[in-house]
Design a protein around this ligand. Structure first.
Ligand SMILES: Nc1nc2c(ncn2[C@@H]2O[C@H](COP(=O)(O)OP(=O)(O)OP(=O)(O)O)[C@@H](O)[C@H]2O)c(=O)[nH]1
Length: 296
């Protein structure tokens, strides 16, 4: 009798914006490390999520959505990052929303590698009730690319994710684990703190969100059993500050409270969080917002 060999490899998750890539990765690894929101194109960084089981370790690479609009320099960088993430992985998960195959999806299909196994993942199964239509849709999608395999899942509801992992596992090379078994991401807590604030900004600003906004962790200190985190939200123009701060500071207060609660859950400790808004070029007129005391 031979022991099952240990397998470990990299898995890229690709697809157009909003198909559910971040949700899928978060549910696969069981933790919230990649931001999600209803607004498309929220992912701007590659986040490695790691899932370890007794005989295998899956290292997931979450890619930014393939950008089909807002053709700025940033988006060009995002598109290059999609291509980069497809080089040197062992398996690619191409995510499609069940029953929707658009021009934007086809643009991502055009980037899929020929030499790496690509599994078609039909997400949002909960929205596709009609099984006959679903199998016709699978055929339609399979005609677009020689996918190695297909799985239907609901990332949000955690459905059929075990089945998906079963299809990925054989493509991982035999290898010792590359990361410690209790590690779920190779991103720093500092990075994750910025991602969480960015997620809340996306959620609460919606269409008002300034497109050029950046989030920077200015300081991250461990104070006994507590983290003290200072985050700056950088906007381009003075006029954008009130959009983020809201009337009487209400919006920013909500954003920082929710971000703090998420951080406490993720880091498993008490967090003191202070979020400020400032204009990128301006330094004299920063507005410092104290979560508990309103605007200074
Ligand atoms: N109904 C349903 N909604 C889902 C499912 N999976 C994800 N969603 C929703 O789809 C939206 C987009 O999900 P994300 O995970 O942010 O999508 P993404 O592909 O990472 O998006 P970008 O970061 O823009 O590339 C969110 O509102 C999710 O809650 C699912 O299985 N069913």
């Amino acid at each position: 009798m031979t022991d099952t060999p240990y397998r470990c490899g990299f898995v890229a998750i690709v697809g157009r914006p909003n198909v559910g890539k971040s949700t899928l990765m978060n549910h696969l690894i069981g933790q919230k490390i990649s931001i999600t929101s209803k607004k498309a194109q929220t992912t701007r960084h590659r986040v490695n999520g790691i899932y370890t089981e007794p005989n295998a370790q899956f290292v997931f690479v979450d890619t930014p959505g393939f950008q089909t609009y807002h053709k700025g320099a940033l988006n060009e960088a995002l598109n290059n990052s999609v291509k980069d993430s497809l080089a040197n992985v062992d398996c690619v998960l191409f995510v499609l929303e069940a029953m929707r195959l658009s021009a934007a999806d086809r643009e991502v299909i055009a980037l899929l590698p020929k030499k790496t196994p690509v599994i078609l993942v039909l997400n949002k199964l909960d929205k596709a009730k009609d099984r006959l239509l679903l199998s016709a849709f699978i055929e339609e999608a399979r005609a677009e690319f020689p996918f190695t395999d297909v799985e239907v899942v609901s990332a949000k509801h955690g459905q059929r994710l075990g089945e998906l992992l079963d299809k990925v596992r054989p493509h991982l090379p035999e290898s010792v684990p590359l990361y410690p078994e209790d590690m779920v991401t190779d991103k720093t807590q500092r990075f994750l703190a910025a991602e969480i604030v960015r997620e809340k900004l996306f959620r609460y600003l919606g269409e008002e969100l300034p497109y050029e906004m950046n989030v920077e962790v200015e300081s991250f200190e461990v104070d006994g059993s507590m983290f003290r985190i200072y985050v700056a939200v950088l906007v381009d123009k003075e006029g954008q500050k009130p959009i983020v701060i809201g009337r009487g500071g209400e919006k920013l207060k909500k954003i920082s409270t929710e971000a703090r609660l998420d951080m406490e859950q993720l880091f498993d400790c008490k967090v003191f969080l202070e979020v400020w808004v400032k204009v990128k070029s301006g330094w004299a007129d920063d507005v410092r917002f104290l979560r508990d005391f309103g605007i200074n």
